[in-house]
Design a protein around this ligand. Structure first.
Ligand code: HEC
Length: 126
């Protein structure tokens, strides 16, 4: 059964399991706080989101972003209403998922969805 032991396949399967693992086990409760997500993926000029927006993201970056934005959508905003939060975070999550899927136009979609100011002005406290 040599064909089942291709190292690449095993590695790919393991990576997918890692990337989807922490997000898929908790369906309705976030395991990361908004603060952690911002620090991990958004804060600073060299952040994950900055690199992706500059077109420098690779597949692992997209997967991490998909995981972080999924977590973000599972959070509740400390400020602003939930409908607005849900709309923004789901758009962001969908954009990150499109990057993972390699859909045409995914990068432009991500850049417009990852609008720091539009979200902070409504949902970020001081
Ligand atoms: C969909 C909404 C949303 C988007 C998009 C968003 N943020 Fe945030 N961000 C928040 C919220 C909500 C907070 C407040 C978190 C808290 O302290 O509870 C926050 C907090 C922060 C913080 C402070 C974190 C801390 O340690 O307290 C930084 C830095 C930050 N965001 C950077 C960014 C940058 C840079 C971008 C754009 C590339 C961005 N965010 C996009 C919602 C968003």
């Amino acid at each position: 059964m040599k064909q089942f032991s291709t190292p690449h396949l095993v590695l790919a399967a393991a990576l997918i399991a890692i990337a989807s693992g922490c997000a898929s086990t908790s369906q309705s409760k976030a395991t990361l706080s908004v603060e952690q997500i911002m620090e991990d993926g958004f804060e600073g000029k060299e952040s994950l989101s900055a690199r992706i927006s500059k077109g420098q993201g690779n597949e692992a970056d997209f997967k991490k972003m998909a995981m972080l934005t999924k977590e973000l959508a599972l959070n509740k905003p400390s400020k602003g209403d939930l409908a607005s939060w849900t709309e923004k975070t789901q758009a962001l999550q969908a954009a990150a998922d499109s990057l993972v899927a390699g859909k045409p136009g995914a990068l432009d979609g991500f850049k417009s969805a990852v609008n720091c100011k539009a979200c902070h002005s409504v949902h970020k406290g001081d």
